[in-house]
Design a protein around this ligand. Structure first.
Ligand SMILES: [Zn+2]
Length: 236
């Protein structure tokens, strides 16, 4: 084999590995969202990036007031900084999952980083989560390496069907946005429960209230993520 053939073979091999590492999770994400489907009659409210002392507390207060259970994907280092809020979440009855320890974009770090950081969160979040708690990758970016690692431990990797885009600085009217999400039959709404900015916090609270009230008006069942799966589903 001459030098050129070796070079081409190496290039093809690297390209294949990259496609598997980064492309496979995209296919699985597409399949997961498709399986949840549109118009399932169920809606899961999900909150990433907590805990913090202000926004997480406000979201929990609102959910308590309205009698709804939701799903929170927690960041390890914030759990370490806010042990009181972590304890409140743990005893709240809401479903808790992990969202890595450092909250970095897996596609912008070395390929081994995310797996280690994702696993670390199961330690730093302590008994707030358990060995089978599901995992949501920050920014939705995950590598096949992490997915395989999670599957081997029996953990689901979970995304969402619609994002509230509450990390922006201008928002749609919460009532109108909730109506659109429900009209579209969305099943999983991504919001965040860590906001320093008051306007973002107010938007999340307004949208949460609107989604709950409108869901009840339409007979849409408000569920936690685990309730979206039917018995026998493989972790995905
Ligand atoms: Zn996040």
């Amino acid at each position: 084999m001459n030098g050129m053939m070796i070079l081409i073979s190496a290039f093809v091999l690297i390209a294949f590995v990259l496609v598997v590492l980064y492309g496979l999770p995209l296919v699985i994400r597409w399949m997961q969202v498709r399986r949840w489907g549109k118009g399932s009659g169920k809606l899961a409210l999900t909150y990433d990036d907590g805990p913090d002392e202000v926004t997480t507390a406000a979201v929990l207060d609102l959910l308590d007031e309205l009698g709804v259970q939701a799903t929170f994907y927690l960041v390890g280092f914030r759990g370490e900084k806010c042990p009181t809020m972590l304890e409140r979440l743990k005893t709240s009855g809401h479903q808790l999952g992990t969202h890595t320890h450092m909250h970095k974009n897996a596609w912008k770090k070395p390929i081994w980083f995310e797996y280690r950081d994702a696993m670390r969160a199961y330690e730093t979040l302590g008994s707030a989560v358990d060995a089978r708690s599901s995992y949501r990758p920050p920014f939705g970016k995950v590598t096949a390496l992490t997915m395989i690692g999670m599957w081997l431990k029996g953990r689901r990797v979970e995304w969402w069907t619609v994002a509230a885009n509450d990390t922006r600085d201008s928002f749609d009217d919460p009532e109108a946005l909730a109506k659109k999400m429900l009209d579209d039959g969305e099943s999983v709404v991504l919001m965040h429960c860590h906001h320093v900015e008051e306007h973002r916090r107010a938007f999340v609270l307004g949208l949460t209230r609107a989604l709950i009230e409108q869901s009840r008006g339409r007979g849409v069942e408000l569920v936690m993520m685990r309730d979206l799966y039917t018995k026998g589903d493989e972790p995905c």
